[in-house]
Design a protein around this ligand. Structure first.
Ligand code: ADP
Ligand code: MG
Length: 676
């Protein structure tokens, strides 16, 4: 199997350089990778239905006898159409239409029974199927794989190549999962799994194959994550000998909450342990994670290290830069900012400052990851809103300095059990307390007929000196920029006495920062925005969050957006406007009105969407899973984690001959990360 990964896909018949490029796009540049390109679904040809039974909008198999094949006719557009009349088992008529296919007359014979696969539609008083795939009855297999497709490469072509690749499997196939494990967890062999995931006899054998491949995938994932963690068990040369937390808290205009203190203490203890810290701080929106990050930077810097803080957006990096400067300048700490939008000259100056150590804390975006950003003595790396970054990016930043301490912060509250499983590589602190004096945000859900009233409500707050955010609806197919501009114009008409600013993702970073600064300074009353304000932004005087077409957003995102208000001492409001009636949207709105506890919302979110969707949306920064499904495979994940722990306990580097196959796969999965 391993050697098949070295065999370029062009060794298969019919795969030239053009087609190889398409395979590469699908993630299959080699024969081995092609075998791991699993079908995303199967066409079930084994249970043909009648026309009347055919589901709407879903392709299915229908058994029908061809009655007549019409002569080709030409449509106005010049397309050649061939109509074929058939009848199903009950005698119900079904008309087939083929486009530009001059062979149909030879391929389909009157009086013969076929299995037709396609969507049955009903129009002009008759049942029809456009361009069905067909085979003579008795000459087709039960389940046909449907592969992820790309233009120019159909499922059929892929299937043919996979068939050939399966023939190339060596007679003696090394199975990466050792035999004792296969036995213990009733997993089939690799060959069986590969054959039956691509061309299963029936649903049962497909499921046997799938379960084994999911186990393998999750095992490899866990091995990777856990060995990242154990790698971190090598000694760190960045030792905090004295905690300066007490000094730091005195620099703040407020007293830290117990939860903030505890999280900071846990982090500082990590840095005092002699081993690199590898910690996740989870805290609901508004729980004050920035101050904890600042506390850690302060202690690290007082212990003669440099620190960096990476944020996912320019707006957020800029905001952190301002607030950290304010907190840390009194302690004589120099803070720098590096984002992609700086001028070359400015960038060069900041980089020079990081390299010679004169900048002690560097705040920035992805721009920090470029190799020419170097440090004299980087001891602490912090990533804010870590779910916006991948494991690999997280790793890339910590690799700027060997043995450096790593702190990641996230407001996506993942229920602890799940977090422990998917962030197997991190220790976790939870900030489960909001700063005092916060009033519960009142949340309402209204339909669009009350929109004007809601705008008056916002206007009233503006007259009282408060501010508001309005998240405007995305226009179907239109640009963010257009929808924000249009909404701003509309709003200015309704509320002519308010100062309205607008923000969207397409703006230049400088423009965005300018608007945010004006909003922060109270020069803008109402900020019309897309979801770019979603993460991290902190303007305590803003009291209203009005979300148009709220049904467009998932629970976590709504909660994040709502978290932009309620950050000061004034009563804040979140107004969700939606006309959606479907159960799913109603359920989300209900949860939002019921609770503002991020962890409860996350639990609901998982219940409504399932962890599969959580994984699907890549909110976690883990490598993409190809086959494991987090909805149905949670039990498999548990097993895999247990096995991974035990395996690494016995064989830390996976050097034993029976573990080498797995080690190769771990490397492959985390290939962009040199941590492994
Ligand atoms: P998040 O956890 O969402 O990143 P922030 O760090 O942005 O939250 O903090 C939210 C707001 O709460 C900020 O305005 C911050 O100054 C304020 N804050 C943080 N900690 C406290 C505290 N202990 N007491 C009062 N206000 C606080
Ligand atoms: Mg934050």
């Amino acid at each position: 199997m391993a050697s098949l990964f070295a065999k370029p896909i062009t060794e298969l018949t019919g795969v030239g350089s053009r087609r190889a490029e398409l395979f590469r796009k699908l993630g299959a540049p080699t024969v081995g990778a092609l075998l791991r390109l699993y079908p995303r679904a199967y066409e079930d040809w084994s249970n043909p239905c009648t026309v009347a039974e055919a589901p709407a909008d879903t392709p299915c198999a229908v058994r029908a006898v061809v009655e007549s094949v019409g002569a080709p006719v030409f449509a106005h557009s010049g397309i050649m159409l061939t109509h074929v009349q058939t009848a199903d088992d009950t005698g119900a008529p079904l008309e087939l239409t083929f486009f530009n296919n001059q062979y149909i007359q030879n391929l389909l014979q009157s009086g013969t029974c076929y299995i037709l696969y396609g969507k049955v539609t009903y129009s002009h008083g008759k049942y029809q199927m456009a361009s069905p795939v067909f085979a003579k009855e008795g000459q087709c297999s039960g389940l046909r794989p449907i592969y992820p497709q790309t233009k120019g490469l159909s499922s059929r072509i892929i299937a043919a190549s996979v068939r050939e690749a399966l023939h190339l499997l060596p007679d003696i196939l090394r199975d990466p999962i050792p035999q004792n494990l296969r036995q213990e967890y009733s997993l089939c062999e690799l060959r069986y799994a590969l054959e039956n995931i691509h061309f299963p006899q029936d649903m049962e054998s497909m499921e046997v194959a799938r379960r084994r491949l999911a186990f393998e995938e999750l095992l490899v994932l866990q091995l990777g994550l856990l060995s990242m963690k154990s790698r971190a068990r090598e000694k760190s040369s960045f030792l905090v000998s004295h905690s300066y937390l007490e000094e730091f808290w005195k620099l703040l205009p407020f007293a830290p909450t117990h939860a903030q203190k505890r999280a900071a203490e846990e982090a500082v203890q990590d840095m005092q342990s002699g081993y690199p810290m590898n910690r996740l701080i989870q805290g609901d929106v508004g729980s004050g994670k920035t101050a904890v990050a600042a506390a850690c930077c302060h202690t690290a810097i007082q212990n003669r290290m440099q620190a960096v803080l990476m944020a996912p957006t320019d707006i957020l990096a800029h905001q952190h830069f301002l607030s950290l400067t304010e907190m840390l300048k009194p302690a004589g700490i120099s803070v720098g900012l590096l984002t992609g939008s700086l001028k070359a000259k400015e960038k060069a100056a900041v980089k020079a400052g990081a390299a010679d150590g004169s900048i002690q804390l560097l705040v920035g975006t992805h721009a920090l990851l470029t190799p020419d950003v170097q440090f004299q003595n980087l001891g602490l790396v912090i990533t804010d809103e870590q779910h916006r970054f991948g494991v690999n990016q997280r790793a890339a930043l910590s690799e700027k300095s060997e043995g450096t301490h790593v702190l990641v912060m996230s407001a996506t509250p993942i229920p602890r059990t799940l977090a422990l499983m998917i962030y197997g590589d991190l220790d976790i602190s939870v900030i489960d307390e909001l700063p005092p004096g916060r009033q519960e945000i009142q949340t309402f859900c209204i339909d669009s007929s009350k929109q004007k009233r809601a705008l008056r409500f916002v206007q009233k707050h503006v007259h009282e000196g408060r501010q508001a955010y309005i998240i405007c609806p995305a226009i179907d197919g239109g640009s963010d920029k257009a929808s924000v501009a249009e909404y701003t114009r509309y709003l200015q008409g309704v509320l002519p006495d308010c100062r309205i600013g607008s923000l969207h993702g397409r703006m230049k970073a400088k423009e965005k920062a300018g608007i945010m600064a004006a909003f922060s300074a109270g020069e803008i009353d109402i900020l019309v925005s897309t979801t770019v304000v979603e993460v991290g932004v902190d303007v305590p005087n803003a009291v209203d969050m009005l979300i148009e077409n709220a049904e467009q957003y998932g629970l976590s995102q709504l909660h994040q957006l709502r978290g932009r208000v309620g950050r000061g001492t004034c009563q804040s409001y979140c107004i969700l406007i939606t006309d959606a009636q479907n159960d799913d949207a109603r359920a989300r709105m209900e949860v939002m009105c019921e609770t503002s506890d991020g962890f409860k919302i996350a639990e609901h979110d998982l219940k409504l969407r399932g962890p599969g969707d959580f994984f699907g949306q890549r909110q976690h920064g883990l490598p993409e899973l190809k086959i494991a499904d987090m909805n149905s495979d949670l039990a498999v994940l548990k097993d895999a984690q247990m096995v991974a722990k035990e395996m690494l306990r016995q064989d830390t580097t996976l050097e034993a001959p029976e573990h080498r196959g797995l080690r190769a796969e771990v490397r492959q999965l985390f290939r962009n990360s040199s941590e492994i």
